[in-house]
Design a protein around this ligand. Structure first.
Ligand SMILES: Nc1ncnc2c1ncn2[C@@H]1O[C@H](COP(=O)(O)OP(=O)(O)OP(=O)(O)O)[C@@H](O)[C@H]1O
Ligand SMILES: [Mg+2]
Length: 300
């Protein structure tokens, strides 16, 4: 829990970023490493977990879980937002929105309630934040999870995907959500973070998808045992293995997010075009395996 401090004399522009992606794809891991790396660069960062599981921020806090805003509201009725903010690695402010009991209510409403609480109490200004990073569950199949995009809560959206079809399918759905709200002040797309992308053909699949949907890859993050080891120690890779190759990858990613200014509306593929695209890649990989063509990275 953080103490009240005097508001900063003049509010500065806060960069608000939302990280989306298919379940289990690596959103919280990537987000926490970005937060840690931005904090190392001297920025004031808040990581805002928007997942009812409330497990976004624990590697910033030695594996410890924190009470969620919705839990506190349920318990007390009225909450000083500072009670829900906990400091983690290098002073990163950790918040978990929480969610309704499983099977009851809308998690999207929980996100709005939690963000409104912090905004009403002018917490972002008081903490003089440079970045708020929302770690959001889901691929916008439920309108609730579109809240950070739709309500103008975030300015830039990044999506974490691998080269697996279902992860790309989720990213494409997210692009549809962004495109839908792009003319009414919704958040725009900054790009794709390619996670667990190690081989040439995995890279080629993601590269082709971003080219077709008119976006970009911000960073390729390999699958790494260092991430597993760090997570088991309850830490981000930035904290547990600062000199590792993987930490270097996350630091470069954070620098690219720092430098990123202009997000755009993506061009999602229609369902039948996405299917045809996937089939073409399937044929391509098969042809490579049979030795009929040399590289899966070739044009299709
Ligand atoms: N680059 C990587 N290398 C190795 N392991 C990884 C990598 N990225 C993520 N993981 C592992 O994958 C698992 C899922 O990651 P994470 O919890 O970040 O996913 P998520 O998208 O936030 O999931 P959820 O949708 O459940 O919130 C974790 O155990 C994490 O350590
Ligand atoms: Mg997560």
């Amino acid at each position: 829990m953080v103490k009240a401090v005097k508001p900063a004399p003049k509010a500065k522009a806060i960069k608000q970023i939302a990280i989306y992606g298919k379940g289990g794809i690596g959103k919280s891991t990537t987000t926490s490493n970005i937060s840690a790396a931005l904090a190392d660069l001297g920025h004031k960062v808040m990581q805002f977990g928007c997942d009812p599981k409330a497990d976004s921020t624990n590697t910033l806090r030695d594996g410890a879980y924190i009470p969620t805003i919705l839990e506190l509201l349920k318990e007390k009725g009225k909450v000083d937002a500072r009670e829900a903010i906990y400091e983690g690695y290098r002073g990163v402010y950790c918040v978990e929105a929480g969610g309704p009991s499983p099977g009851v209510g809308c998690a999207g409403r929980g996100i709005i309630t939690a963000v409104q609480l912090l905004k009403q109490q002018k917490i972002f200004e008081e903490l003089d934040l440079d970045y708020v990073i929302y770690d959001v569950l889901g691929d916008v199949v439920c309108g609730g999870f579109a809240v950070p995009i739709r309500e103008g809560i975030a300015q830039h959206v990044f999506t974490v995907t691998s080269s697996d079809f279902m992860a790309i399918y989720a990213a494409n759905n997210l692009f549809k959500g962004i495109q839908k709200y792009s003319n009414s002040g919704g958040a725009l797309l900054g790009g794709v973070i390619a996670n667990s992308v190690s081989s040439g053909y995995q890279k080629a699949i993601v590269d082709d998808f971003v080219a077709r949907t008119k976006t970009q890859v911000l960073q390729y993050v390999p699958r790494s045992i260092t991430v597993t080891q760090s997570e088991l120690a309850g830490k981000t890779t930035i904290e547990a293995a600062p000199n590792s190759e993987q930490a270097k990858v996350y630091r470069e990613l954070a620098k690219r997010i720092e430098a990123h200014e202009k997000s755009t509306a993506p061009s999602p593929l229609e369902a039948q075009d996405l299917r045809a695209w996937a089939t073409a890649w399937s044929d391509q990989i098969l042809a490579v395996e049979r030795g009929e063509v040399r590289s899966a990275g070739a044009q299709i």
